[in-house]
Design a protein around this ligand. Structure first.
Ligand code: AMP
Ligand code: GLY
Length: 424
């Protein structure tokens, strides 16, 4: 099979690596890809939002399967266009990707189908949102409705902060059109868990759990980022919690989408909070998490391509997902200053130290080749260093050992990825 992956981050590198392990795959392509993905795939210089060009490339190259890694093209309807062109593609259509593309939609869906989530109100009018805040309990959470690179959520401790948040999201359009609608949500507390799943429209099979670290700095300080590191599995995600989620969250979400005439085929990522009242959904994503994929896929025993094919064919019930009985930790190496201002173009040294080392992976997130053919930094999140171990503590020690193998000028990372493990 010829397989095309769309995207260019650490998640797509993990997907490309996993696809390269499949016995079904003969040729692998990635658009646009990056310097790390180029080890397994032919990188094609077409952007993830250039749907027509991507479809033309897929036709010309006789691609058998396209895997869409990123949220923007999914929400923008890339799957619909590929299907219209008769191309086989893994991922939800636009009318299902809305589960991630509109937080107001997903909150209304959860309310309608009794799926546990934080209490909320949706607003189209900033004046109404401001008036609502006057009587709201603090802290309070503001969420831009649309896609905002994982940055559209503000947790406000004071009324002044909340008012300023409404102004910046809805009036000053800090996140652009994503702020045309606003969800104002009750603040809830508890441990966070990410559960990714394969879905074929009716059947859902969840993968092993993971936990992300969204803040930029140690001790969960600093700004929200795309994710600074992950570990898998989460020791807090017990069998009992899993059973509850199966019954009240996972299958009900898939059934709700089908009942709404929006059957979901692809990955649903459940962002959960384990509250004192039980698990609640913080958010849905319509794709693998980044950097969740970097710890979940290395532990997956199945041939991922086979599972994706079963999703497209509506036969996921014939598959049994299996994961290794070990653990994995991913530490993101970023450019100092991320998520705000940072320099790019720094030469990266030490990548070769991962070669031939089983259980150690370096997934490229923002890298490219310079004119001399050296690999240089090309983004805020640069690399994801993942290591496996027999348990979480061993995996963490291995991951931090491997972090030291890599050098570049403005290398920055969190030192406390997986610290929560010690409290388990
Ligand atoms: P989201 O993009 O919806 O996952 O939100 C980003 C982060 O904001 C989450 O990972 C949580 O840490 C936090 N968050 C989101 N919603 C709430 C909430 N209702 N209460 C407390 N924290 C929240
Ligand atoms: N790591 C969180 C996300 O991919 O949205």
């Amino acid at each position: 099979m010829k397989v095309l992956i769309i995207g260019s981050g650490g998640r797509e590198h993990a997907i490309a690596w996993k696809a390269s392990q499949s016995s079904l795959v003969t040729e692998l392509y990635c658009a646009p890809g990056n310097a790390g993905i180029a080890q397994y795939a032919k990188c094609v210089e077409i952007g993830a939002m250039e749907f027509e060009k991507l479809a033309a490339f897929a036709k010309k190259t006789e691609i058998d399967l396209t895997i869409v890694g990123m949220d923007d093209p999914l929400v923008g309807g890339i799957v619909d266009l590929f299907e219209r062109e008769g191309l086989r593609v893994f991922g939800p259509r636009a009318n299902a990707a809305i589960l991630e593309g509109s937080k107001a939609f997903s909150k209304d869906l959860m309310k309608k189908y009794n799926i546990p989530t934080a209490a909320y109100e949706n607003f189209d009018d900033p004046q109404e949102a401001l008036a609502y805040l006057e009587t709201a309990k603090l802290p309070i959470v503001l969420k831009a409705d649309g896609l905002a690179l994982g940055k559209g959520v503000l947790i406000c401790n004071t009324l002044e902060e909340a008012k300023a948040g409404v102004k910046s999201i809805m009036m000053d359009k800090q996140f652009g059109e994503a702020g045309n609608r606003l969800v104002i949500e009750e603040f809830i507390t508890g441990r966070e868990v990410s559960v990714l799943s394969f879905v074929d429209g009716k059947t859902i099979q969840t993968m092993t759990s993971a936990q992300d670290h969204k803040r930029a700095k140690d001790g969960d300080q600093g700004l929200n980022t795309g994710g600074m590191g992950t570990f898998s599995p989460s020791p807090f995600y017990t069998q009992e919690i899993h059973q509850f989620c199966q019954e009240h969250i996972y299958q009900p979400t898939v059934d709700a989408m089908a009942a709404e005439g929006r059957p979901f085929q692809g990955i649903i990522f459940f962002g959960l909070m384990l509250t004192a009242e039980g698990p609640k959904v913080l958010e849905y994503n319509a794709r693998f998490g980044d950097p969740e994929a970097q710890v979940v896929l290395p532990r997956m025993k199945n041939d991922m391509i086979q599972v994706m094919e079963a999703c497209i064919d509506g036969k996921l019930d014939t598959i049994e997902l299996e994961f290794e009985e070990n653990a994995a930790v991913c530490v993101v190496l970023a450019s100092d200053g991320y998520p705000l201002h940072y320099e790019k173009g720094k030469e990266i040294r030490g990548l070769d130290r991962f070669q031939g080392k089983e259980d150690y992976y370096v997934f490229h997130a923002g890298t490219k080749f310079d004119e001399k053919g050296n690999i240089v930094t090309n983004g805020g999140r640069v690399l994801g260093v993942t290591a496996k171990g027999s348990d979480l503590k061993a995996a963490r020690a291995n991951a931090y050992k491997a972090v030291d193998w890599i050098e570049f000028d403005n290398k920055y990372y969190r030192h406390d990825i997986g610290k929560a493990i010690d409290e388990a």
